[in-house]
Design a binder for this molecule. Structure first.
Ligand SMILES: Nc1ncnc2c1ncn2[C@@H]1O[C@H](COP(=O)(O)OP(=O)(O)O)[C@@H](O)[C@H]1O
Ligand SMILES: [Mg+2]
Length: 152
């Protein structure tokens, strides 16, 4: 099923100049970037985005991490892409993430794990609407969709 996921390169990924490298993995997989913007997240938006973790002991550090520099917020589209991107991202704790995943290849600590990706259709819809207006999401066809998908 064609889906959209909210994906965000966190400030450590941007500051380490790994944005292009990570973005390129999604492109090479055949996924479609339909929205992207660089921004410094406000504490208010960070708290809304991570509302499910409000009671966790790491919440304060998480908000200061995610607001500590620019992020690259994106909407990515593709077949079953929510679970597919979560697999590409790897386990929350990079030291437990498989090699070949983004966190497993580039990161070391949970508190600096480089990337966020939606974990369900419900959170994808919620997160996309927190960060993007409908008018900021582009609809277009990639010329190789008929090569990548059996039924484009
Ligand atoms: N124990 C922890 N210590 C510090 N930061 C954490 C911890 N657990 C989670 N985080 C941070 O909060 C983010 C959200 O947590 P969670 O939703 O559980 O992981 P994921 O990003 O893999 O969906 C993580 O990506 C990480 O940046
Ligand atoms: Mg999560």
């Amino acid at each position: 099923m064609r889906e959209q996921s909210f994906v965000m390169l966190k400030p450590d990924a941007v500051k380490r100049r790994l944005a292009g490298e990570v973005l390129s993995r999604f492109e090479k997989r055949g996924l479609k970037i339909v929205a992207a913007k660089m921004m410094v997240i406000s504490p208010e938006l960070a708290k809304k985005h991570y509302a499910e973790h409000a009671e966790k002991p790491f919440f304060k550090d998480l908000v200061s991490y995610i607001t500590s520099g620019p992020v690259l917020a994106m909407v990515i589209e593709g077949g079953d892409c929510i679970s597919l991107i979560r697999k590409m991202v790897g386990a929350t704790n990079p030291s437990e993430a498989d090699m070949g995943t983004i966190r497993g290849d580039y990161a070391i600590e949970t508190g600096r794990n480089m990337i966020h990706a939606s974990d369900s259709t419900e959170s994808a819809a919620r997160e996309i609407s927190l960060f993007f207006k409908d008018s900021e999401i582009c609809q277009y066809t990639l010329p190789d969709e008929e090569i990548i998908y059996e039924e484009p």
